[in-house]
Structure formats: structure tokens, C-alpha cells
Design a binder for this molecule. Structure first.
Ligand SMILES: Cc1cc2nc3c(=O)[nH]c(=O)nc-3n(C[C@H](O)[C@H](O)[C@H](O)COP(=O)(O)OP(=O)(O)OC[C@H]3O[C@@H](n4cnc5c(N)ncnc54)[C@H](O)[C@@H]3O)c2cc1C
Length: 431
């Protein structure tokens, strides 16, 4: 039987020598020892939601889906110990009963804790850092099966490297998360002309805890979304309303429009204008993680870049203009994130605007993404590690002030490159 692995989007696949699903960290240590004896490299798969070839290997692929327990909860401090294969959604659900929540989340929450943090997964909010900022301490298993507990005190450089590591240092087996008291969010979606949003961008960003918008290349409208914590009781929407809003309109109807665009690309401008005008006012008041995240059923691929916030409006205009030259039925998405100090975080050391472009499955993405990448390059953009890009270690090195310090930590933890793969060799260089 051939082992095979494929990512969520269905366009990154590999045939590993074996796929291992340890139930304990002792079993994992045994798997690493066997891989070492056989001279095989090792990669870890989270929930497979990266669009890049970050996970792919022809060596041993470790799937941590069975390492998914909540190990300890301290409601007084908000510190929660979880196994690394736990999904964000499972942690949110389990911890809500203890009155705790993630301070921020992206637009889905099915990723694993280790997978999401490894790529610097983020939500939106100019005062909020990416998800790896919720890490308080992590246990890393090295190639020889030894375990290191990393945090700001035990190993300051190791810690800054391990929070966003793209899996280059070893296997994260457990994490202590710093959560916050659970909160209710009011989410308001409203179409606004793109020109108006850009004219007053800082007000939108700074007057909301979480501001984002998406827009279509051929439409003058932006669909804005602002989420703010409120002192109101949860008002969960009925299942039918949820299904209509999240499944039928956002997924099935839009999927049908994308299929139409793939079949007849000349209809893309019409689809954009129709989809933008169909976007209407929506308000949701619910527990935080239900407002942050929603189901994504249609399949696509994506590129996303982190650029300095100061260039937001200029870059958004440029990407919108470039996008009119290519046939993609899908939107452009814009979010903001606070600076942090993880060596490889795309937001390291600077206030950040994230701009994402998408292509529907089965439609050519490369010419479009390359044209967008040229724009992002002109703003000294840093790619999301889990989303498509065409950079190499040579083009990336100068964009990260602490690039060499990450390389030193990598050399220290994985001197033989046992956790490398083609993606890491391309984007970080070989060990
Ligand atoms: C529909 C969709 C929506 C998305 N929305 C957002 C969003 O809102 N914001 C955003 O920033 N990103 C978003 N992403 C991207 C996604 O969050 C990242 O790609 C994330 O890394 C995926 O997590 P995962 O658990 O699937 O990890 P994977 O994709 O499986 O793995 C990611 C990386 O982590 C490594 N890894 C995983 N587990 C471990 C471990 N235990 N130890 C060491 N290394 C490990 C893997 O080897 C790989 O290099 C989205 C992706 C999709 C498909």
C-alpha cells in the first residue's frame, strides 16, 4: 500500500516512506529513533491547511492528531497546557467552560496549535499579535528524542526562534497557552466603497479591536468587518440562519459563481460586481471564537504578504489594480497585526498590514501571484509561511532583522537537518 498525504486545498501531496500517528510523546521518541536509524528525515503534519509544500516529505510524516488532550488548566492565571495536535477549535470549546478564550483568531479555527503558530497564523487587530503570541512555553522534541521546554526564561533565542519555526527545529509536542477571560464579540459586516475605507483607513483600524475587509478587483465596494468585545449576552444565531449565511451564501452560492468564472473567465468582472453587491449588512453577537471563525468549504489557493502598515493604502490600491488584469473570481482580503519579536514572524519588528490574494481551484494561479508578489516585493513584503510564494532564502534573508539568529538556533537544535524538506531548503536554506 502506498502512503500518501494531501493538504486541505488538494494541491500539495507527497508519498512519505511512512506515516506515524503517535499517541504519546514516548511513542514519538521511538519513531524519531527509528527514522534516525533508517537515515530518514521527519516532517510533522498539523491539520494540513497550509497552501505551501511546508509539510511534504518522502521520509517519515508524523501526524499528531492523537496528541490532542488538554493537560492542565489554571483558571486563575489563564495558563493552559495542551498537546500540540489539539485544534484551536477544540481548545476554544474545551476552555470556554473554564471561562477562557484565545485573545484573537483567524477566519478559521480548525488548525492545530502547533501548525498554526509554526507559520505565524494571525487574525486581525492592530494591537494584537499573531497567534504565536499566545504561546507561553512549548515542549520541543529533538531528533534524538530529547525534550526541551522553551520559554522566555529558559532560552531567550531558542524561544524567539521556536514560536514561529515552520517546523524547522523539531517536533512541538505540547504548549502552554496564555489565554484571556472569555468574551462576547459583536461582529458587524457592512459594504462600504473601497475609496471611502482607504481615505479614512487609520480611523477604521484604530477605532476597532478587529478591523478587516475584503474586496473584488472589479467592484468599487469593500465588505468591511469589525469585531469588538461587548458587554452583552451571547445571541447565538439559529442553525438555519447559520446555514444560510455561512454555508449557502458564503460557500455554496459563491462556489457556484467561482465555477462559472472558471468556465467563462470573461464573466469574472460581472461576478465580482454581483458578489460585492450581494454582500449586505450582518450583525452577530456571540462568544468570541464563533464570531472570529466560519466554515470554508470551497477550495482555493492563496498568497498572503505582510507589509509595513504605513504603506497599507498604497499597497491595497496597487494589488487591486494588478488583480484586474487576471481572471480570478475570488476576493482580496486585508487585515492588520501588531509587531512581535519572533525571529521568523512576518510581523517581526513592525506594525503590519496583511494582504491576501486567492485563486479558485483549477484556475491558473502562478502568473497572477507572481504579478502580486512583484508589488509585495516593492513594499519589502514578507510572505505568510503557510501561503504560496516564490521566495528563496537569498531573497528573504535581508527582510528579517534576526535571520541569522534563527539560523544559529536551527543549527543548535537540528544540526543534521533531520527536520528539513524541500520547502525549508528553499526558503530557509539547508542546514
Ligand atoms: C481555509 C483556510 C483559511 C485560513 N485562514 C487563515 C487566517 O485567517 N490567518 C492566517 O494567518 N492563516 C490562515 N490560513 C493558513 C493556516 O492557518 C496556516 O497555513 C497554518 O499553518 C495551518 O495549520 P495546520 O495545523 O493545518 O498546519 P499544517 O499546514 O499541517 O503545518 C504547518 C507547518 O507547521 C509544521 N508543524 C505542524 N505541527 C507541528 C509540530 N507539532 N511540530 C513542529 N512543526 C509542526 C508543519 O510541518 C508545517 O511546516 C488558512 C488556511 C486555510 C486553508
Amino acid at each position: 500500500m502506498t502512503n500518501s498525504w494531501v493538504n486541505w486545498a488538494g494541491d500539495q501531496r507527497c508519498a512519505p516512506a511512512s506515516i506515524a500517528t503517535p499517541r504519546t510523546s514516548d511513542e514519538l521518541a521511538e519513531i524519531l529513533a527509528q527514522a534516525g536509524d533508517a537515515g530518514q528525515t521527519v516532517r510533522v503534519a498539523g491539520a494540513g491547511h497550509s497552501f505551501t509544500d511546508a509539510v511534504l516529505t518522502d521520509g517519515v510524516l508524523v501526524d499528531l492528531a492523537n496528541l490532542n488532550r488538554v493537560l492542565d488548566v489554571d483558571t486563575a492565571t489563564g495558563l493552559v497546557r495542551v498537546e500540540a495536535g489539539s485544534t484551536l477549535n477544540a481548545v476554544s470549546n474545551a476552555l470556554h467552560g473554564h471561562g477562557l478564550a484565545f485573545p484573537n483568531l483567524g477566519d478559521i479555527d480548525v488548525q492545530t496549535v502547533a501548525g498554526a503558530t509554526a507559520t505565524g497564523t494571525h487574525g486581525t487587530g492592530a494591537t494584537l499579535q499573531n497567534l504565536s503570541a499566545a504561546l507561553h512555553s512549548i515542549e520541543l522534541m529533538l531528533a534524538d528524542g530529547s525534550r526541551v521546554e522553551l520559554n522566555a526564561e529558559t532560552d531567550p533565542d531558542g524561544w524567539r526562534a521556536a514560536r514561529v519555526s515552520v517546523g524547522a527545529l523539531g517536533v512541538v509536542t505540547a504548549a502552554t497557552l496564555q489565554l484571556v477571560p472569555s468574551f462576547v464579540l459583536e461582529g458587524v459586516e457592512r459594504p462600504v466603497p473601497v475609496a471611502d475605507v482607504l481615505d479614512d483607513l487609520d480611523t477604521h483600524i484604530d477605532n476597532n479591536q478587529h478591523f478587516e475587509f475584503y474586496m473584488f478587483a472589479h467592484s468599487p465596494l469593500a465588505m468591511t468587518k469589525r469585531n469588538n468585545a461587548v458587554d452583552l449576552p451571547e445571541q447565538p444565531r439559529g442553525k438555519a440562519v447559520d446555514w444560510f449565511a455561512d454555508i449557502l451564501m458564503s460557500n455554496y452560492t459563491f462556489d457556484a459563481l467561482c465555477k462559472l468564472g472558471r468556465w467563462q473567465p470573461r464573466l469574472v468582472p460581472w461576478i465580482h460586481r454581483g458578489a460585492a453587491y450581494a454582500g449586505s449588512y450582518r450583525r452577530q453577537v456571540d462568544r468570541s471564537y464563533r464570531v472570529f471563525a466560519s466554515p470554508r468549504l470551497l477550495r482555493f489557493t492563496e498568497m498572503e504578504y505582510a507589509i509595513p502598515r504605513a504603506h497599507s493604502a498604497e499597497a491595497i490600491r496597487a494589488i487591486k489594480a494588478v488583480s484586474t488584469k487576471f481572471d480570478t473570481p475570488m476576493p482580496i482580503e486585508v487585515r492588520w497585526v501588531a509587531p512581535d519579536d519572533a525571529f521568523l514572524s512576518p510581523a517581526t519588528g513592525r506594525e503590519t498590514c496583511y494582504i491576501a490574494v486567492h485563486q479558485y481551484r483549477g484556475m491558473p494561479y502562478e502568473p497572477y501571484f507572481r504579478a502580486c508578489e512583484a508589488v509585495f516585493d516593492s513594499f519589502n513584503g514578507r510572505p505568510h509561511w503557510g501561503k504560496r510564494h516564490f521566495q528563496t532564502a537569498d531573497t528573504l534573508r535581508e527582510r528579517y532583522p534576526d535571520w541569522d539568529r534563527f539560523a544559529e538556533v536551527r543549527q543548535r537544535f537540528d544540526p543534521k537537518g533531520r527536520f528539513s524538506n524541500a520547502y525549508l531548503n528553499r526558503v530557509l536554506g539547508s542546514v
